[in-house]
Design a protein around this ligand. Structure first.
Ligand SMILES: [Cu+2]
Length: 310
């Protein structure tokens, strides 16, 4: 196992090794005793079974020792856990938004990214928000993990103590493409963090397809909508613009053209006009989840992927 990269790594690893050590010792004791008894009390050596009476001393021993062991395990877990719930007041606050099937990180100035950027050696607090179902934010190298529950904001915090990039996963099965909810946390020097954080918003709006793609990705679209024509859970974005689609509205089929208005409506209320052949209810509504600017950029990006019928 790699050594941890956060302020909690040591405490969690310590608890792990103590519990693991106690378990190994018990396993060996039980196994060795069992093998010894099988040989020692074999029927050939012991043709007549002995009637063994109870022993108060033994009962006390095998009650007291396990109680002490369990309390030791509780204690090492407890002292590792308590600091995780004490968020320092000066922690940098970042929203971690989970949805089927991607993560978006939103910083307090409105900046969004699909990789979590954090400064080295400063406390960071994550507000865990789900747009649809139960997810779980898991950073193995930091030894932290917490449920992301729709309708309530859980929090977790950490201090990143090693520079580098580490995996961020969803650890709660959340449907078909759950395994794709994987991204990275980048621990970078403080100055680099602030210059990234303050990158002028305008830099995202210039006419650059790659930046439009980054905005689309940061909003979680490409987790379900491919950009190369592949059919995933959602329809591909390639050739989507201005294509004719049969949609289901209130159970009735209707032909529409996927123009700008339709695309915008579908981002905000994706389940009203579902394209025939796709399951309703999979895409969360983006009402209050996305800025009008981002919608415009996403629509621009979809337009850039062509308008020929796929
Ligand atoms: Cu998930």
């Amino acid at each position: 196992m790699n050594p941890g990269a956060s302020n909690f790594s040591q405490g969690v690893d310590y608890a792990f090794y103590v519990i693991f050590g106690i378990s190994v010792v018990l396993l060996l004791l039980v196994t060795i005793t069992m093998i010894y008894f099988v040989i020692r009390y074999n029927k050939k050596r012991h043709p007549v079974a002995a009637n063994i009476e109870g022993s108060v001393t033994l009962e006390i021993i095998w009650t007291v020792i396990p109680v002490i062991l369990v309390l030791i395990m509780f204690w090492v877990g407890y002292i590792g856990y308590v600091p995780m719930e004490k968020v320092p007041n000066d922690a940098i606050e970042i929203k971690a938004i989970g949805r089927m099937w991607s993560w978006t990180f939103e910083y307090d100035n409105g900046r969004k990214s699909d990789r979590l950027k954090v400064p080295y050696n400063l406390p960071v607090k994550l507000d865990l928000i789900s747009q649809d179902v139960l997810h779980n934010l898991y950073i193995p190298a930091f030894r932290i993990k917490k449920d992301v529950v729709p309708g309530r904001t859980n929090t977790m915090w950490f201090v990143a103590q090693k520079m580098g990039s580490y995996d961020v996963l969803c650890a709660e099965y959340c449907g078909l493409r759950h395994a794709y909810m994987i991204t990275k946390i980048d621990v970078i020097p403080e100055e680099e963090y602030w210059s990234w954080y303050e990158l002028p918003e305008d830099s995202l709006k210039i006419d650059n397809v790659e930046l439009w793609y980054q905005v689309t990705k940061a909003n979680g679209c490409v987790g379900c909508h491919s950009t190369d024509g592949t059919k995933l859970v959602g329809s591909t974005l390639k050739g989507l613009y201005n294509s004719k689609k049969i949609v289901i509205v209130d159970g009735e089929e209707k032909e529409i053209v996927a123009d700008e208005e339709y695309l915008k409506r579908s981002i905000l209320e994706p389940n009203v006009e579902i394209v025939k052949g796709y399951s309703p209810g999979l895409m969360p509504s983006y009402i209050n989840q996305i800025s009008d600017e981002d919608i415009d950029i996403i629509v621009k990006y979809i337009k850039s992927l062509g308008d020929e019928e796929k």
